[in-house]
Design a protein around this ligand. Structure first.
Ligand code: OFO
Length: 169
């Protein structure tokens, strides 16, 4: 059985993972407008990952005998209007998500839910990977600056990213 505070924290985080899916869907459309199809693919993989993160927690709450309370998903607002600014926003967003996973881990510790701690460790490792991936894309974008040919080469490279169903927990 899940402690009430832990259950609420999981439900909030499920909402934030779905919000991440929405945010990246909005960003995907922005890159589609610019016809940067490799970036579109990158965001498409990101969208699928966020959905998997949300469902991972959803299934876990049910597995623990908890109650799912779905919350309203906020309208996504993209901060910025250039690839660099958008990836700066992605990085800020992922750093925020990392802080939220740390909060869930704090709650798990507070209510002495070791099973939840062990489950959430997967999310913490995933956040390290998320921040690192986004950081690399951002660094490359900053490096290429206004060079359109380099941007197109990068776009080609991002087209190769594939989604693999994560084994969560
Ligand atoms: Fe779910 O990791 Fe990004 O937000």
């Amino acid at each position: 059985m899940l402690n009430e505070k832990m259950e609420f924290a999981f439900n909030e985080q499920i909402n934030k993972e779905f919000y991440s899916e929405f945010l990246y869907l909005a960003m995907k459309a922005k890159f589609a407008e610019w016809n940067l199809q490799g970036f579109v693919n990158w965001f498409d993989v990101q969208v699928q990952e966020e959905r998997a993160h949300a469902f991972g927690m959803y299934d876990y709450v049910l597995e623990r005998g908890g109650k799912i309370e779905l919350m309203t998903i906020e309208r996504p607002e993209i901060e910025g209007d250039t690839p660099v600014q958008i990836f700066e926003h992605v990085l800020r967003h992922e750093q925020y998500v990392t802080s939220r996973i740390n909060y869930l881990l704090d709650v798990a510790e507070e209510v002495k839910d070791r099973a939840a701690t062990s489950f959430l460790d997967w999310y913490l490792k995933e956040q390290v990977e998320e921040e690192s991936n986004v950081g690399k894309v951002l660094a490359t974008l900053k490096l290429i600056g206004d060079d359109k040919n380099a941007l197109l080469l990068m776009d080609k490279d991002l087209a190769t990213r594939v989604f693999t169903v994560p084994v969560i927990g």
